[in-house]
Design a protein. Sequence first.
Length: 147
Amino acid sequence: MEFTSILFYVFSAVLVLASLQVITTKNPVHAALFLVLAFFNAAGIWMLLKAEFLSIVLVLVYVGAVMVLFLFVVMMLDIDVDSMRKGFWKHFPLAALMGAVVALEMAGVLLGGFRLTEEPATAAMAEAAAKGVQYSNAQEVGKLLYT
């Protein structure tokens, strides 16, 4: 097994666990911090996929701005958690059904996407490989924005 595959599995396992903690933890500040951890792991997966620009944007925009603002707002609020939990079990069967439907849809999409045997090549990647040029997503975004 390659090192990048091991990194992918580590990042994705921590991402799934942090995401579960976001929705199951009782303290809203802890939920926000677990969301920050999930964003950093998602950025790590983007880096493994050679999408450096999207990874940096995820960290800068979501973690750097949105999550910090959300964390400050949550810390200033006086949230009564007990009143929020009333009626949870009454709505749980519908929520579980909807969650199962979403999980089945995601599994259908993901299982169809993993059937590819080789990495799909775009026209720009094929042209760059023919010329012997190293292809980079960040360079292509820079060319698009600044030319």
